[in-house]
Design a protein around this ligand. Structure first.
Ligand code: HEC
Ligand code: HEC
Length: 455
């Protein structure tokens, strides 16, 4: 018996291999290729139009890194390939399909990171340009009847993306109004005019496995354990609830992958002594809401559930929460996929205090991406930058190692979609400034930033 115990003890380290790195790599690989175009429906553009893009990228015309399309649409290019754009065969045609990583992968300080939100994605501009292009493209008669069907749906999808009353006004923001409009459409109820756009930045996905238990999305109102919300964007793009049921297992599996992601390590130097001082300040000033950030024996994060903080306390921009109307809650309750798409209604509206793993890469900060650096998030909102440029936001030359986030860049002559203007509706940089922050000195803040680099 004792021998057996000793044997079991000795073999413990064997079991405790670094499986998390393996799982992370597996998850990244699976997510990279993920798209849910099914039975001719989903986030697609007109059939065969993608061939044009294929030719362009083979010849390197206009799609090279930092080329015009990169700037205009905010898509990430690597080796002349746009991340998250797939060419999928369907009924003898090639259909261009938008996958998850068009939004759910991005760059920070020049590094490409799967699971980080794309800081420049501009679905409003993509929709507008693609719609116009497809109008011309579709004018020619086609023999294949499937062409017309997919083409019409792609037109509707891209027209919706570019709808002036709903679309994002700034790069890097995605309007949640689009998703909400689906709940009205399936019931044949007109989408109310002047409903908030609810523009948000694309959230990071590492730690989602624990986060989802206390509610999906920035507002924590989606039941994340059922897994149906992940496919809402496909439904908006014209997928049918019946089809979703047929491939739901795949969606569920995909969402489980997201729980395996590890955060990106800070790529530059960290001052250990300062970080230790910062950790102490964090414990008294931030931990109450953001929680502890412990690591396992392999130095990987131990993910924990997140806290939901009422708007009354955090006081950041309310636009995203203003869309949570009684009518919407009712429509969610009766939606045709209400066994897997449900809300978890909070006592009062608020935002999730996300864990801060990999926070160095997640700028601009807050749910509406309104604060360009971590330093600015720790000072009085009245002193935060009122506007900033999003040009090349993920490139190395735009990374500020001192303030942690976007460097200041000239905003003169910046095109309006790349100019973040905090005076716009839903773009306010207010709030997240608590009594305890007022006691912090400049050096305290720098120590805090040093600690945040270690997460
Ligand atoms: C057009 C850009 C876009 C695409 C494409 C997209 N997402 Fe998202 N995703 C978002 C945005 C924006 C949010 C945050 C919405 C909010 O919180 O209000 C989000 C949130 C999520 C969340 C919740 C994260 C959290 O912290 O609670 C999951 C899970 C998710 N998306 C999965 C997916 C999957 C799987 C796909 C591919 C089928 C996908 N997304 C495609 C933009 C996108
Ligand atoms: C009273 C609760 C509370 C305290 C205290 C608090 N935070 Fe937050 N924090 C939040 C909430 C809620 C959000 C989300 C707000 C939003 O997105 O509008 C947030 C967001 C953030 C973000 C942005 C995350 C992202 O992905 O953009 C950072 C960074 C952050 N907090 C850091 C800190 C630091 C550092 C401290 C301590 C100096 C701190 N917070 C103290 C509640 C709090």
């Amino acid at each position: 018996m004792i021998k057996l115990l000793i044997f079991a003890f000795l073999s413990l380290p064997l079991f405790a291999q670094d499986v998390r790195t393996e799982r992370h790599l597996e998850a990244v690989d699976a997510f990279k290729n993920m798209q849910f175009f099914y039975k001719g429906r989903g986030m697609a553009i007109s059939p065969d139009l993608i061939k044009l893009y294929d030719t362009m990228s083979r010849q390197g015309v206009g799609v090279q890194n930092l080329g015009p399309i990169y700037q205009r649409w905010g898509l990430i290019f690597e080796k002349n390939q746009a991340k998250g754009i797939f060419s999928v065969p369907y009924e003898g045609m090639q259909v261009g399909v938008l996958g998850c990583i068009a939004c759910h992968s991005g760059k920070a300080a020049g590094e490409y990171i799967v699971g980080l939100g794309n800081k420049n994605i501009d679905v409003g501009q993509i929709g507008k340009d693609a719609y116009l292009g497809m109008k011309v493209w579709g004018a020619m008669p086609r023999a294949n009847p499937a062409f017309k069907e997919v083409h019409e749906r792609s037109l509707a999808f891209t027209k919706g993306l570019s709808d002036k009353s709903m679309a994002n006004m700034t790069q890097g923001l995605v309007p949640t109004s689009l998703i909400r409009s689906w709940f009205y459409k399936v019931q044949n109820i007109p989408f109310p005019e002047n409903t908030p756009r609810g523009q948000v930045k694309v959230p990071h996905l590492w730690g989602y496995g624990e986060k989802r238990k206390s509610g999906s999305f920035w507002d924590g109102e989606g039941n994340g354990e059922l897994g149906g919300w992940g496919i809402a964007v496909e439904l908006y793009a014209g997928q049918t609830p019946e089809n979703v049921r047929e491939y739901f297992e795949r969606v569920h599996k995909a969402e489980n992958y997201l729980g395996e992601f590890l955060p990106p390590n800070y790529p530059f130097k960290i001052d250990k002594l300062k970080a230790e001082k910062g950790q102490k300040i964090f414990a008294t000033t931030c931990q109450g809401c953001h929680g502890v950030h412990n690591r396992d024996q392999f130095d990987h994060p131990i993910y924990e559930a997140t806290k939901h903080i009422p708007l009354r306390i955090v006081k950041t921009d309310p636009d995203r929460l203003n869309s949570l109307t009684e009518e919407l809650y009712k429509l969610i309750e009766i939606n045709p996929l209400n066994d897997v798409i449900q809300s978890v209604r909070k006592k009062e509206p608020g935002y999730v205090a996300q864990k801060l793993w990999g926070i160095w890469s997640r700028f601009p900060y807050l749910h509406n991406a309104s604060v360009p650096t971590l330093y600015d998030l720790l000072i009085d909102p009245l002193q935060r930058p009122k506007s900033f440029s999003l040009k090349n936001a993920g490139e190395k030359e735009r990374f500020d190692e001192v303030k942690m986030g976007l460097t200041e860049a000239s905003v003169k002559n910046e095109t309006s979609r790349r100019l973040y203007d905090t005076s716009r509706v839903g773009h306010s940089n207010q709030g997240h400034y608590f009594e305890s922050f007022k006691l912090l000195s400049h050096d305290n803040r720098l120590d805090l930033l040093e600690y945040l680099k270690t997460l």
